[in-house]
Design a protein around this ligand. Structure first.
Ligand code: CP3
Length: 348
């Protein structure tokens, strides 16, 4: 279908299963440190969490990449760790070091979690969403999000980022019941938080499972696929038909096939995915999103342009949303982002 035939948002049309050429385009972490205007608001806010919890500022940085590049979707500026924070877990972000949480390692830690999400943490997100939706053009979609229970649990158990998420993997092996209870709490919290975002005006949601690639197949089914299935059905019970995208970074093709049966509309592929195989095995069931290596965007030149052309050719005729294979990095030159936008929009 020609792009002009997509009546509403091209992004939502593809999530409905309609192939478009050129494909709709947004970038993970599109509001962020590579943008000088972001760095300015971030400095004004003082720290990252203040930026997340001040609706006016969060709305402003959400809109910045739309103004500059005209992407087809905005993603609300927030963080996946807002959910544990709203469950009462202490959270700070140290400059250059990433997140620090009070580690949850036993039943006493689980018992300390709040029964309900703290509205002081979640409502600023909904307020920011309502304000962004009101100022976005109708054809630009707004994405709400949460972290997948597994990925959020890895940060809650370790209290920080680690190389291979060994602390959470070990807890899941040693204290399976405790870990299952933690996942169950996160499934419930995710449904409520995503539902709040949709009620406030998000047109679609994405579930970020950044660490799904470190699990064996059985553990993937239990800690990633099954919780996602429950999130999708719980959310759809409240908001019938709301589109859901999963981003299971590092997951094998077999694992992706399992996810495609959870009721989601699209799967985000990271840059290591074999596009031809992924298209052959998944494209009848879900739309595909991705998958430019963020380092190609830093390198620029042929490494960038040729891969963009290959990605578009590999997904031609299939429902595809152009994106990176993971978040854009702070050191990415703006000139290369401009080249990317031009290359994704160019007639083939
Ligand atoms: O995509 C977007 O533009 C929306 C905003 C967004 C952020 N984080 C803002 C952010 C989204 C969708 C996230 C998701 C997120 N947060 C994930 C999953 C996706 C992924 O990238 O793998 C994870 C694992 C987190 C947790 C997190 N937040 C870490 C580990 C860090 C520190 C690493 C880093 O990049 O600095 C953050 C901080 C963070 N979240 C920043 C931004 C823009 C940088 C903070 C700053 O401005 O100083």
């Amino acid at each position: 279908m020609d792009r002009t035939q997509a009546t509403r948002s091209p992004f939502l049309a593809v999530l409905d299963g309609t192939p478009l050429d050129p494909p709709p385009f947004w970038m993970m972490r599109q509001a962020g440190r590579y943008l000088p205007e972001y760095r300015q608001v971030r400095a004004e806010a003082g720290d990252f969490l203040t930026l997340c919890y001040t609706p006016k500022l969060a709305a402003e940085v959400t809109l910045q990449p739309i103004r500059r590049y005209g992407f087809d979707a905005a993603i609300i500026f927030s963080d996946i760790l807002v959910v544990p924070h709203a469950l009462g877990v202490d959270l700070t972000f140290e400059a250059g070091e990433g997140p620090r949480l009070a580690p949850l390692t036993d039943a006493a830690g689980l018992a300390m979690l709040r029964g309900e999400l703290d509205p002081a943490r979640t409502h600023p997100v909904y307020e920011a969403i309502a304000s962004v939706r009101a100022s976005l053009p109708a054809e630009v979609a707004l994405i709400g999000f949460c972290g997948a229970p597994w990925t959020v649990a890895t940060y809650m158990v370790a209290g920080c980022g680690t190389d291979d998420q060994a602390p959470a993997r070990l807890l899941a092996l040693r204290e399976e019941k405790l870990f299952q209870s933690l996942i169950d709490r996160l499934v419930e919290a995710s449904i409520i938080h995503l539902s709040g975002q949709v009620a406030a005006g998000a047109d679609a949601v994405q579930v970020f499972d950044t660490w799904s690639g470190v699990l064996d197949p059985l553990s993937f089914e239990r800690w990633c696929a099954e919780p996602l299935r429950r999130i999708v059905s719980g959310l759809r019970a409240l908001h019938p038909g709301v589109p859901v995208i999963a981003f299971p970074k590092g997951a094998s093709l077999e694992a992706l096939e399992r996810l495609a049966d959870t009721g989601i509309n699209a799967i985000g592929l990271d840059w290591t995915a074999d596009r031809t195989a992924a298209r052959a095995r998944l494209s009848g069931k879900v739309a595909l999103q991705g998958n430019l290596d963020p380092l190609r965007l830093i390198a620029g030149g042929d490494a960038l342009e040729e891969e963009v052309a290959r990605i578009r050719a590999d997904f031609a005729g299939a429902p595809h949303i152009f994106n990176l294979g993971h978040g854009i990095r702070p050191e990415t030159p703006l000139a290369h982002v401009e080249r990317l936008v031009e290359a994704v929009r160019r007639a083939r």
